[in-house]
Design a protein around this ligand. Structure first.
Ligand code: NAD
Ligand code: GLY
Length: 357
């Protein structure tokens, strides 16, 4: 088993990575009381709920099975969790268990942050994206019709248990979307990892278990380091949003659900790389290198055909990183070195968007 710790003082927690952890690891020891509520969705429940419930024998357990999809990551769906917790008399000693991808994880974490002003929760991520990104670092929340993840809280789990066996059932498109976030860590802060990913890209695409476990570990290590330095995104944590400002605009414009989050991030990262090259910060060949990796993974290289640069700018103006009316972007000062800047001309941003359309 690979293991690391996200170091947040008293709120530090372990991240464990290995096959068969749902069934075999001692993760139920993180449930302090005798009550728990597993939150999952209708796709994941038939696959993995039984093996999770088998580990909770002897406890009073409720299950909430949410509808599947980003379009259900809303306040009204969140109420289904609160309804069940209250109907089943869950107290402040209950533990919520998120079994699923980033949508289930973000919603369960937010429900845990809010229920009776805060109860513990455990992350059992089942998509590659949630294993390398959303389950780690404590960002929780739901979407609003006017913007993604606009309602939420920073709230850390008790542990993150990454059972890599669950990747066997993940659809190819979802798997590729997760790989986009893996690439992100190499681009923003870890050039040796980026080079390693490139060298092992074919094996990763073939879901080689050893390569995947290593890629998940390196991704989690990178994320944990950034979060430990800046838990509430006062500064450096924003680099984890490489490609996200462009990507969120795509997700909002297309309606949540038609583009996967990781797909939108992939195109967004290419736009950020394009802009960084236009500014002379990275070489042209690095943009091509990234495009080639994304293409091999069948990730989109272009934004939606009907999305104009004006539409991008107006949606990007609602980004959480906007400060005093100035758009702040995560760009690459070099390969493996991200910075946050508000000093890029609008014309240059438009130029980078147009270059990819
Ligand atoms: P998702 O949760 O929608 O899961 C993708 C699809 O795969 C769903 O249909 C799901 O039911 C299915 N699925 C999950 N695990 C499966 C498995 N093992 N086998 C078969 N099917 C499976 O999407 P995601 O990509 O995991 O997460 C995206 C969400 O994460 C977005 O809402 C995004 O905003 C959020 N996010 C949050 C953070 C954070 O820091 N909190 C970071 C990145 C992304
Ligand atoms: N996914 C960005 C963050 O966790 O900060």
């Amino acid at each position: 088993m690979r293991e690391l710790t996200l170091d947040l003082g008293e709120r530090s927690y372990p991240i464990r990575i290995a096959p068969a952890l749902l069934a075999e690891n001692d993760w139920p020891a993180f449930i302090a009381g005798n009550q728990a509520c597993v939150v999952t969705n209708e796709t994941i429940a038939p696959l993995y709920l039984e093996s999770v419930l088998a580990r909770l024998d002897g406890k009073r357990v409720s299950v909430v099975t949410l509808p599947d999809g980003e379009e259900h990551k809303t306040l009204s769906t969140l109420n289904q969790i609160f309804d069940r917790l209250l109907e089943d008399n869950h107290t402040r000693k209950t533990t919520l268990i998120a079994l699923g991808g980033g949508v289930v994880g973000d919603m369960t974490g937010f429900a845990a942050a809010c229920y009776q002003r805060g109860v513990p929760f455990i992350q059992l991520p089942t998509t590659l994206l949630s294993m390398v990104d959303s389950s780690v670092g404590g960002k929780t929340g739901v979407n609003h019709a006017l913007g993604k993840n606009m309602i939420g809280a920073f709230y850390q789990p008790e542990c993150v248990i990454i059972d890599t066996s669950t990747l066997a059932t993940l659809p190819a498109r979802e798997f590729a979307a997760g790989l986009a976030e893996v690439l992100k860590y190499g681009l923003i802060a870890d050039l040796p990892f980026y080079n390693w990913l490139e060298a092992n890209w074919d094996g990763l695409l073939a879901r080689d278990p050893e390569l995947l476990a290593e890629a998940i570990l390196r991704s989690c290590e990178n994320k944990a380091k950034v979060v430990a330095e800046d838990e509430r995104e006062g500064g450096r944590r924003a680099i984890l949003n490489l490609g996200h400002t462009f990507g969120h605009a795509i997700e909002t414009a297309t309606g949540y659900g038609s583009w996967l989050h990781g797909e939108a991030v992939a195109t967004g990262m290419l736009m950020a790389a394009r802009l960084s090259a236009d500014l002379g910060w990275i070489a042209e060949v690095e943009v091509e290198r990234l495009a080639s990796l994304l293409k091999c993974a069948q990730l989109p290289l272009k934004p939606p055909a009907d999305m104009t640069a004006e539409q991008f700018l107006s949606l990007m103006a609602r980004d959480k990183k906007v400060l005093d009316g100035r758009l702040r972007l995560v760009l690459l000062r070099g390969l493996g070195e991200a910075i946050v800047t508000d000093e890029v001309d609008q014309a240059q941003i438009v130029g980078a968007i147009e270059a990819l359309r």
